[in-house]
Design a protein around this ligand. Structure first.
Ligand code: EPZ
Length: 459
């Protein structure tokens, strides 16, 4: 479908102005939350949005298409606005076709320089580097920013680009990666020393336009990776093994979507966030539009601990939970692991759970060295936590949490504070909110819908 240029350009400029304003406006918002004092009063239904960490690689994949590409079930969150602004600043035309549905045309792209200000704030921006390098032979970008959960190096990306024949330079704080005049990125055999989710996505997408065969070994197994690869194969890509630790890509030409649209899969981390909240504070809660089969690690741990969970095809139900006292739930140890192990993104949320059950639990964050930075705030609320080292804490429960003033350090730790303040006794304030809106759409509206007493105070 050829997209008319004129109205699209106005559309996209307007989109850019609107979204830039949103991007800056509410970084100083705060939330006031009235705690339930350990009671299980939440009830009702909450629907899960499309996955942030599936939408970011999907939007990046638009660079691989001629004549545009449609994506639906996109979550209404700030990271998506940022990604769309990054694409528009490169010269792509991003048209919002309907609620949560975008059409992106990248045939007019003129720039290969990622916007510094935005890329420095969002790790997901790095996924664009592989497709820009593969299509245009060059890309420049800053070290990507994002949640402060560790050093978050990008050696796997830069080493892989070099293996594919590109030259990597670091010029005044920017990486400039190029394959040289009239040359193309070449397929290569890549082994990731550390399993990297965005690394796997970036190199899988780059391999689609590289010359020859690319093999990625020790690849990430996240279900979103296979979900996207299956769609790209239906548009002409040749990807085998996505969702396993070895992915083979045979490079070819630009893809063509025809009238196919890519539907973003449900956000298993958002679903898990609501499930942990429900386990501690809900009587009857239905979490809809989700896929329990991609949440095995969390569901099994909560069931083993004694949470009454029923699974159906696209929903998870917590039933008659009100009569179960959290202090009677069985003690469990948590060790994060790459998918399908326990997700690091739910680690801080489970720490709240461990403060409410009886016994001593070891929580071991194996993936990021800086992802336990929320513990001081929890201790300040009354939790009994001992820091063993930068990767391990011992949590002794149950403890009554008291309402406090808090500031979040990363997206998931901010949601963990939502859970802690809802479980706590008394009022809490979560200040300087700058992360939650990046990953959870309309969060106060949806939490109020199941009975949370929460108010956003605009900054
Ligand atoms: C993705 O981050 C997610 N972000 C993260 O979610 C998630 O926590 C993480 O995967 C792990 O599941 C997006 O998908 C946008 P990694 P990513 O590369 O890809 C090391 C959220 O809240 N590493 O899998 O950046 C790295 O230091 C976010 O939604 C290298 O050493 O994570 C870490 O120890 C937070 N060199 C490990 O690998 C590299 O070049 C895993 O990181 C790259 C990574």
């Amino acid at each position: 479908m050829k997209v008319k240029n004129t109205d699209n350009i106005n559309n996209s400029l307007r989109y850019l102005q609107q979204k830039k304003a949103v991007f800056d406006e509410n970084k100083k918002d705060k939330f006031i939350i009235e705690g339930l004092g350990g009671k299980k009063k939440l009830n009702g239904k909450i629907a899960v949005a499309g996955a942030k960490n599936a939408a970011l690689p999907a939007l990046s994949a638009s660079i691989l298409f001629r004549n545009g590409f449609c994506v639906s079930n996109i979550p209404n969150i700030k990271d998506i606005d940022s990604m769309n602004i990054l694409l528009e600043k490169l010269g792509a035309i991003v048209k919002k076709q309907a609620e949560k549905k975008y059409h992106i045309v990248t045939d007019e792209i003129k720039s290969v320089a990622l916007d510094i200000e935005i890329s420095k704030k969002m790790r997901g921006s790095i996924i664009l580097t592989g497709v820009l390098l593969a299509r245009f032979g060059k890309v420049s970008f800053p070290h990507p920013g994002g949640c402060i959960i560790g050093a978050r190096p990008i050696d796997a990306f830069l080493n892989s680009f070099q293996k594919m024949g590109a030259k990597v330079q670091n010029r005044n704080g920017k990486y400039v990666v190029s394959v040289g005049k009239n040359k193309k990125l070449k397929g290569a055999k890549i082994f990731f020393n550390k399993i990297t989710v965005t690394g796997t996505e970036t190199l899988m997408l780059a391999g689609i336009l590289a010359k020859g065969r690319t093999v990625i070994e020790n690849a990430a197994l996240e279900p979103e990776i296979k979900h996207l690869a299956d769609f790209l194969n239906s548009c002409g890509a040749k990807i085998r093994g996505a969702g396993t630790s070895t992915i083979e890509i045979i490079g070819g030409n630009l893809l063509s979507a025809g009238n196919r649209a890519y539907k973003i899969p449900p956000d298993r981390i958002e679903a898990g966030s609501f499930l942990i909240l429900g386990a501690l504070s809900a009587d009857n809660l239905e979490i809809t539009d989700c896929d329990p089969k991609h949440m095995r690690a969390l569901i099994n741990i909560l069931k083993d601990s004694g949470v009454p969970i029923i699974e159906e095809k696209n929903k998870i139900i917590i039933k008659d939970n009100g009569k179960i006292k959290n202090k009677h739930l069985k003690c469990i140890d948590i060790k994060t692991h790459e998918y399908p192990g326990f997700p690091t993104d739910l680690q801080s949320l489970m720490a709240i759970y461990l403060t409410q059950i009886s016994g001593e639990s070891l929580l071991f964050e194996t993936i990021f060295e800086g992802r336990l930075n929320y513990t001081d705030d929890l201790i300040n609320m009354g939790a009994n936590i001992i820091m063993i080292d930068t990767h391990r804490i011992m949590i002794k429960g149950p403890t009554q949490l008291k309402g406090r003033e808090l500031i979040g350090n990363d997206l998931r730790a901010e949601f963990a504070f939502f859970i802690a303040t809802i479980v706590a006794k008394g009022k809490s304030v979560i200040n300087n909110v700058r992360y939650i809106d990046r990953g959870y759409e309309r969060i106060e509206e949806r939490l109020s819908g199941i009975g949370v007493n929460i108010q956003r105070i605009k900054g």
